[in-house]
Design a protein around this ligand. Structure first.
Ligand code: KIV
Length: 296
């Protein structure tokens, strides 16, 4: 008989050792799929912990999913640090990665190291992620790794620079474009990244690249050949309007459930079904009588 998911997660959290870099490398070597999700607050972190995921990313996607920005471009490092600290408080075993927002690492190696250190020292992250694999991004990755902070790379569709890429669209769909993705990934590997995210590239391109990449590759819209998969928490649980990108698989419809729950509460209040007697506190009859006397 197969186990219910709640039984599986209970065992996973009790017995599980914290996920480390050697463990991630071992998972790749053994062909064990690496599970990564984003989280942005204490409850999403608790859900990731209970599910026994391997890597949690405090994604700059939080700019859109929880802070309501129209894109990831405007979010500030200080805002993501607040989210990362809440996630840290909810996690015990997954490897925690903080996503460096646009503008927090492009200017210089010094800027990149200073801001990466903030994720580690102020929010307790184990590593940081940055986007892009061109000369600048790989130099920054090398500098941060040199300062002793593990770095996850991110190639293909890089939302922080979506405008320059022509919009939120799949990358690497011509031989030239695929070669650029390959060059970016290899540059990040060479710079010392411990893992690389492949976002929105053709499955066949990802599969061909896997033979060249020695570090764990986590895919999102990159097909089944990568070492692991990541989805945005709010996408996979349906805490959003609309379906999202083609690669999203939805496992719940929590937005609808939340709206229905709040609507039921509003209806109960308006029709005086809430609060019922069991939601209130009692006072001894004598105490009440004495209180009443004092009021008159
Ligand atoms: O910010 C984010 O959520 C990400 C993932 C899509 C990898 O970068």
């Amino acid at each position: 008989m197969s186990s219910h998911p709640s039984q599986i997660s209970a065992t996973a959290t009790v017995d599980r050792l914290p996920v480390t870099l050697p463990r991630l490398a071992e998972m790749k070597r053994l062909g064990e799929a690496i599970v990564m999700v984003t989280a942005y607050d204490f409850p999403s972190a608790r859900a990731a912990e209970a599910a026994g995921v391997d890597i949690v990313l405090v994604g700059d996607s939080g700019a859109m999913t929880v802070l309501g920005y129209p894109s990831t471009v405007a979010v500030e490092l200080d805002e993501l640090l607040v989210l990362a600290r809440a996630v840290r408080r909810g996690l015990r075993t997954p490897f925690l990665v903080g996503d460096m927002p646009f503008g927090s690492y492009e200017v210089s190696d010094e800027q990149a190291i200073t801001n990466a250190l903030r994720f580690v020292k102020e929010a307790g992250c184990d590593a940081v992620k940055l986007e892009g694999g061109g000369a600048a991004s790989s130099a920054r990755a090398r500098a941060i790794v040199g300062a002793g902070i593990p770095v996850m790379g991110h190639v293909g569709l890089t939302p922080q620079t979506a405008t320059a890429l022509g919009g939120y669209r799949a990358q690497g769909r011509t031989a030239d474009a695929a070669a650029r993705v390959a060059a970016d990934a290899l540059a990040l590997q060479e710079a010392g990244c411990f893992a690389i995210v492949f976002e929105a590239i053709p499955s066949d391109v990802a599969e061909l690249l896997m033979a060249r990449i020695e570090v764990p590759v986590i895919g999102i819209g990159a097909g089944p050949a990568t070492d692991g998969q990541v989805l945005v928490f709010h996408d996979l649980l349906g805490i959003r309007d609309g379906l999202g990108a083609r690669f999203v698989k939805r496992y719940a419809n929590l937005q609808d459930e939340m709206a229905a729950g709040v609507a039921a509460f509003a209806d109960d209040v308006r029709t005086h079904r809430y609060p019922a007697p069991e939601h209130g506190y009692a006072i001894d009859a004598q105490e009440l009588s004495s209180f009443r006397d004092r009021l008159t």
